[in-house]
Design a protein around this ligand. Structure first.
Ligand code: ATP
Length: 360
């Protein structure tokens, strides 16, 4: 069993509260991704699990055993860093076997494990090369190989793909997902890249200012964000937020744009929202369509054609930010022309003045 349990874990550096009272359990064999903006505390949380950072208060358990006073080397974990931290003078095979050599493992045993890990990572042909003779992606695979040979109970990844270009990142993402299926080991992965989080995670934990703001399955978080922060963080292109006013009309609530009072939509769904209050309507760019009439009036200010899809940026009178619309294909769209747009009320997220989701 290699579950990881955090009980009321906090970390302060002087006056900075990097992690505040985090409690969560990572189940055996689960792939959990910690995600959040720069400085939210995700690396510190991972480093406390690794034993590279002490906890200021609370407790870290791995496999049910308290770990606060256990050295990093004795926690049964292996960590993969963003900077691959390979030894430049050693070959790939020596780099991968180094930790085992330090543990006094027999040479034949080391060789066997290195060859096994090299096969998993498709590094067989490269075992005698030096790190400088490898591409970035190959170096990162060696760094992962070095973790695999130790057969850890838990893998910890700290932004392992950030130094790679977009293509390689996508390839390595697939490799890491395959690795998890093959090794069936608990993995905790830190990233600020929401695509990595969405595609790799069994469960995403979203952090902001040292706290967990929401956790759950990737698509659940995407479809039912608890607040504006999560809604804006997950999903590419980013969700649009339209400042709105809400009025009660009979048993429905009608929303209008705060800027110019254009009607947005009305709904009979139960919402936790004070009547007459202000709200923000969140709509994803792919949930918006252009219509002939009865939509919200806007002007096209920019068009980005991406091949399969196109992004239109619309200016609405009085609204400071542009509205992003994602359309399939190559729609005829001219900068400067007037258009109307709409969205299905079912695709609208309603957030109250504090940014909380108003869904009941
Ligand atoms: P990034 O994505 O930029 O790496 P992060 O979410 O991983 O950010 P952390 O590195 O965990 O964030 O840092 C959380 C907070 O703690 C930040 O405000 C950071 O400046 C602070 N911090 C981290 N390590 C230290 C340290 N050794 N001494 C002082 N402050 C630190």
């Amino acid at each position: 069993m290699a579950s990881v349990e955090l009980k009321n874990v906090s970390k302060t550096f002087g006056r900075v509260e990097a992690v505040r009272d985090v409690s969560l359990t990572v189940n055996d064999r689960e792939f959990v991704v910690f995600v959040g903006p720069s400085g939210c505390g995700k690396s510190t949380l991972l480093r406390m699990i690794a034993g590279l950072e002490s906890v200021s208060s609370g407790e870290v358990c791995i496999g049910g055993r308290p770990m606060n006073n256990v050295a990093a080397a004795d926690r049964g974990i292996a960590m993969v860093f963003q900077s691959y931290a390979l030894y430049p003078h050693m070959s790939v095979a020596e780099n991968m076997g180094f930790a085992l050599k330090m543990l006094g493992t027999a040479r034949a045993e080391i060789d066997r494990k290195v060859v096994e890990a090299a096969a998993i990572l498709r590094l067989e042909e490269l075992l005698s090369r030096k790190p400088r003779e490898l591409s970035g992606g190959q170096r990162q695979r060696v760094a992962i190989g070095r973790a695999i040979v130790r057969k850890p109970d838990v893998f910890l990844f700290d932004e392992p793909l950030s130094n790679l270009d977009a293509d390689l990142r996508a390839q390595m993402r697939v490799e890491i997902a395959r690795l998890h299926r093959q090794l069936e080991t608990t993995m905790i992965y830190v990233t600020h890249d929401q695509v990595e989080a969405m595609t790799l995670a069994d469960r995403i934990v979203i952090l902001d200012k040292g706290r967990v703001v929401q956790q759950g399955r990737p698509l659940d978080l995407h479809e039912r964000p608890a607040n504006r922060f999560v809604a804006g963080f997950l999903g590419q292109p980013r969700m649009n937020f339209l400042p709105a006013v809400a009025e009660r009309v009979g048993d429905a609530i009608a929303f209008r744009l705060a800027a110019d009072r254009q009607p947005l939509f009305s709904t009979r769904e139960g919402l936790r929202l004070a009547p007459g209050g202000t709200a923000e309507i969140g709509v994803r760019p792919n949930a918006i369509s252009l219509v002939e009439d009865k939509g919200i009036a806007a002007e096209i200010v920019l068009v980005e054609r991406l091949g399969g899809t196109s992004l239109l940026y619309l200016k609405v009178d009085g609204l400071p930010q542009l509205v992003t619309v994602e359309l399939q294909g190559k729609p005829a769209a001219t900068i400067g022309s007037s258009v109307r747009f709409r969205f299905d009320p079912a695709d609208a997220h309603v957030f109250d003045g504090q940014g909380r989701s108003c869904r009941l």
